[in-house]
Design a protein around this ligand. Structure first.
Ligand SMILES: Cc1cc2nc3c(=O)[nH]c(=O)nc-3n(C[C@H](O)[C@H](O)[C@H](O)COP(=O)(O)O)c2cc1C
Length: 170
């Protein structure tokens, strides 16, 4: 697919087929995260790819029991390993770095014909318990991954002029 088509066609998938994600495909998806840019090139991230059904069931309970989370053949927990680094602009680097890397993963998944859904609604403490994630590490997001049952409807977006201006704030 053309890159712009990957961006246009990606959707949040909330209904998955039982078909497992092939090992090779999963590795290719995850490798797109490894290649992402990061502040000071610190690459302070770790992606826990979960395929074990018992663990997925437990993650489902940590995600407000949203049904599709239980259906997903893979859940990726995207973690920041250095939450203390604040950039000179005042922003903590880890949420940005991990989000860029997870966006690479999400778009590569779409490129390879997989659906995904970013999850911000989860109980971090429970997720860390299920996956043995160390105390100092932060879980920035979860991503469900798998073959979609159908192509979800396109969500609306604001008009270009509403979100872009040139040379000054307008
Ligand atoms: C930071 C972030 C958090 C999100 N959290 C959730 C979530 O907890 N549950 C969910 O079903 N979707 C979640 N989403 C998916 C958004 O609802 C979705 O991206 C948005 O509605 C646009 O739809 P689209 O991805 O199909 O274009 C999240 C997306 C982002 C970027």
């Amino acid at each position: 697919m053309e890159f712009v088509d990957v961006i246009r066609e990606r959707r949040s998938t909330r209904a998955y087929r039982e078909t497992p994600v092939e090992r090779e495909t999963l590795l290719r998806v995850l490798d797109a995260g490894r290649l992402a840019p990061s502040a000071r090139n610190e690459q302070g991230w770790k992606f826990v790819a979960v395929q074990n059904r018992d663990k997925i069931e437990k993650l489902y309970h940590a995600c407000n029991e949203e049904g599709f989370v239980k259906e997903a053949p893979v859940i990726i927990a995207a973690c920041g390993t250095n939450p203390d680094y604040i950039m000179r602009c005042g922003q903590p680097a880890y949420t940005i770095d991990v989000s860029i890397a997870l966006t690479h993963i999400m778009l590569r998944a779409a490129d390879l014909g997989l659906g995904s859904c970013w999850l911000g609604a989860f109980n971090e403490k429970k997720v860390k318990e299920v996956l043995d994630i160390p105390d100092k590490v932060r879980v920035v997001a979860l991503l469900t991954l798998g073959y979609s049952k159908f192509q979800p409807q396109q969500k609306s977006r604001k008009q270009f002029d509403e979100v872009v201006c040139f040379d000054r704030w307008k």
